[in-house]
Design a binder for this molecule. Structure first.
Ligand code: SAM
Length: 277
């Protein structure tokens, strides 16, 4: 594997920060070595310095997208942290359903949807809620899953998972109700797919084209960003949520010291945020 010099590391980490917001600390040079060596060789480069010059010389963004794809961590699982899905059913759906006008949909955004486990877990929660509340229909909801990683979005859109992915957090009853077996692969049923739209989106870009949302999931992505970017992103999210404006972050994440745009509440051992009045 090629070794990276301090200067090459500084150039490439600044490039990565500029194009996807991911910040790499001084101790993360090995990450560039392990994740970009192959791409570097495929582009005929013998050093990371050569590779940086090729990347900067490229105008169509292909190589940039491949670098982002290699540098993002797409780690995810079904019903991650569990509490958010109870909070959806017990707190958020009842409140938001009362507020939406006839013909309108409850709009939910999974802002770093990775390979789809998060938005499909939300879709299963919607179906379960509708089973328990016969007056409510799945068609009253829509979920948008966005991510910067093209390869993660490819899996998410296909909704096809291997046994390793299926073993990570999927309850057997949910698997039976909402997934179909297809040989060695397990697929999201059309019932789930109908509720979710996937789109490539960089969280550094303006959120306006996505429209407004009632509930936003922003989990295990802001941990890779600088404090300034995290703050700015949370404040932009506060401007695109409808009243009361719900935000869910990861169980080990917090907005304390980041932004006052949302206030924390707890429910049944978990927590969630509501836009500050
Ligand atoms: C660790 S996964 C989290 C997936 C899911 N939210 C969960 O909690 O299981 C982080 C995701 O954030 C995405 N990501 C990183 N930087 C991004 C950016 N600037 N814009 C959009 N997505 C980004 C990565 O591609 C990756 O799929």
């Amino acid at each position: 594997m090629a070794k990276i010099t301090d200067n090459e590391f500084n150039l490439l980490r600044e490039y990565i920060r500029e194009h996807c917001g991911i910040g790499l600390g001084d101790e993360k040079a090995y990450l560039i070595e392990t994740r970009l060596s192959k791409l570097m060789a495929l582009n005929g480069c013998e050093s990371f310095g050569d590779f940086y010059r090729v990347v900067k010389g490229q105008t169509n963004g292909d190589l940039r997208d491949k670098i982002i794809d290699a540098m993002t961590t797409n780690e995810t699982l079904w019903f991650r942290d569990k509490h958010p899905f109870t909070i959806l059913k017990n707190v958020m759906f009842p409140t938001v359903l009362k507020k939406i006008k006839p013909g309108e949909k409850v709009r939910i955004w999974s802002g770093a949807s990775s390979t789809g486990q998060e938005p499909y877990s939300i879709a299963m929660t919607i179906h379960e809620y509708c089973r328990e509340h016969p007056g409510v229909k799945p068609e009253q909801f829509e979920i948008m899953g966005t991510d910067i990683s093209a390869s993660a979005l490819f899996i998410a859109t296909a909704g096809r998972y291997d046994s390793f992915a299926m073993d990570r957090g999927m309850p057997p009853d949910m698997r039976q109700r909402y997934m179909k077996e297809d040989g060695r692969v397990t697929c999201a049923d059309d019932k789930l797919k109908k509720l979710v739209t996937f789109k490539k989106f960089n969280l550094q870009d303006s959120l306006a084209p996505l429209g407004r949302f009632d509930i936003v999931f922003l989990r295990y992505v802001a941990i890779y960003f600088s404090l300034e970017f995290k703050r700015e992103l949370v404040e932009r999210i506060a401007r695109i949520v409808n009243d009361p404006g719900y935000l869910i972050v990861g169980a080990v994440e917090s907005l304390r010291g980041v932004s006052d745009a949302f206030e924390i509440s707890s429910h049944d051992g978990g927590f969630y945020y509501t836009r500050a009045k």
